[in-house]
Design a protein around this ligand. Sequence first.
Ligand code: SF4
Length: 291
Amino acid sequence: MQVLLAEEYGFCFGVERAVELVEDALSQGARVRTLGPLIHNTQEIQRLEAHGVATIDAPADVEGEVTAVIRAHGVTPQVQRELEARASHVVDATCPFVTKVQKLAERAAAEGRDVVIVGNPDHPEMIGVVGYAPNNSYVVRDAGEVANLPALRAPLVVSQTTIKLSAFLEAAEAVRAKADSEPQIVNTICSATRDRQDAARALAGQVEAFYVIGGKHSSNSLKLLSVCKESCERSFLIETPQEIDAEDLRGVERVGVTAGASTPNWLIEQVVARLREIGEARKETADALAV
Ligand code: SF4
């Protein structure tokens, strides 16, 4: 049985960088606290916890000598200041793609312009970005919500890094009707999610079974699963190799593997090893029967 990995899978650049920064701090003997869970993966969080990393909910939870880590989603400047005032050291693991959105919003606000951000207003990334333009920013989920906005002054339109391009373009177009001048439209969508989906779609047509490794409640993993199911009915979402049922692989010659942007490599390697083990066991049984 051949085990084939999608061309793009697993940790995105921002998540990989955040985990590396935490590991650097640990290697220097720091007591590490992350503001909110570092990534959306239970197994990786447990691994980090075993190394002494704990999660805090707010800067007020910092106690004693602590290296506080800002995760890839970023935070508002105010939260960053509070953290800097309380922690002995702050590691800023904000993804550079998110920092770009924050800086664009900050600059436009400083110029007295309005900022329209297309995304989910409750998402931590959006809460952080709004903090850079607190008095003149509006978060809209789609073009329909733009209709409720007041007249906009020389607006900047940016996006949450993980939204769909069509939602962004439609909302940006709707902003034109509300703006007093041509809006500055900057597509700040990161390609990591789309790249993983495109790679999974390309592989799903070539295999008879597909394993997506990721959190059962992670929207990005669920989306990967539905992409795989479009051309490979026998697609499964698993969090660990223990969830693989060899029976599901009966008659399968080629099995595909992909993983969400928060799934660590060590977990992917364990899944691949388990699939190879199943393939080997099947081959040995077939050889024995042939003798
Ligand atoms: S999905 Fe994109 S923006 Fe978000 S952390 Fe990963 S690389 Fe950064």
